[in-house]
Design a binder for this molecule. Structure first.
Ligand SMILES: O=C(CO)COP(=O)(O)O
Ligand SMILES: [Mg+2]
Length: 266
């Protein structure tokens, strides 16, 4: 499909499976980011991973070899806090997650408590505890609104699949009969907040991701061009399993490093 290349693109880049696998950089990702910088192309890391604050995530990415400014990092934790600040300012929540989520909620003035909270908020962590999940279940049963940062049921790593927020949300939903509201990709809320944050329009913005059901769908439904990479969750057959298609499929972000001004001509 012919894509009209705008004078310059803005890049929204998924993180896990595109730029890194946990703490390991995807080969060539540093050269890709350097090419964006050399061409003065605006970009944002746009991740459903709610574990880290932008400050911690910048430090983590830097150690992996990627120099990403804090202000170019937008996570599902930040999107969730922005959503709740609009929904119920000064609210309270019981949180199952890490500092990326608790810090974002504290920054909007939320009280974190297990005593009659307005919300139960489930985020990404690598240390889900049976006790915390049980508490979350009981609070949802008692009427707390159930929110989850992202629907990803798994994440990629060099060692193999990692269970993720969506899988734990499914456990809580199975026990309580209450489905969570997911704020992260593909919810248009998260995309709109990123485009607003960047001050750009969908026509000259593209989304690069490793998942069809979060990254590509999120971009597609917001009018962006989309690129699926095969370095994360998806393989060469994945795109065919979905009713919709990405604009382009590449093996990894390294394949784009020499075409950042015209990614669809290559
Ligand atoms: O955290 C995730 C699932 O583990 C997904 O993060 P990304 O949106 O960066 O791929
Ligand atoms: Mg990903």
């Amino acid at each position: 499909m012919g894509v009209t290349e705008p004078s310059t693109w803005t890049y929204l880049m998924d993180m896990d499976g595109v730029l890194v696998h946990e703490e390991h950089m995807v080969p060539g990702a540093d050269e890709f980011v350097a090419a964006l910088r050399e061409n003065g192309i605006p970009f944002m890391v746009f991740t459903n991973n709610s574990i880290y604050t932008p400050r911690d995530l910048r430090a983590r990415l830097l150690r992996s070899g990627l120099d990403i400014p804090e202000e170019a990092i937008w996570t599902s934790a930040l999107a969730t806090a922005q959503f709740l600040e609009q929904q119920r300012p000064g609210g309270s929540a019981f949180v199952v997650g890490e500092s990326g989520l608790t810090t974002a909620l504290h920054n909007i003035g939320y009280v974190l408590t297990d005593r009659d909270p307005d919300y139960v908020i489930l985020g990404e962590t690598r240390t889900y505890s049976f006790e915390a999940i049980t508490k979350a279940i009981r609070l949802v049963e008692n009427g707390a609104r159930f929110i989850a940062t992202n629907p990803d049921e798994k994440g990629p790593s060099r060692e193999g699949t990692l269970p993720a927020t969506g899988a734990v949300a499914a456990l809580i939903e199975r026990v309580t009969g209450r489905a969570p509201y997911y704020v992260g990709k593909p919810n248009p809320l998260m995309m709109r907040s990123a485009l607003r944050h960047l001050g750009v329009h969908s026509e000259n913005t593209l989304m690069i991701g490793d998942r069809m059901d979060t990254d590509v769908r999120s971009g597609l439904e917001s009018g962006l061009q989309t690129i699926l990479v095969l370095s994360g969750i998806s393989d060469q057959d994945t795109a065919e399993l979905f009713p919709y298609r990405p604009t382009k499929v590449v093996r990894s972000i390294a394949d784009l490093r020499d075409h950042v001004t015209d990614p669809f001509q290559a």
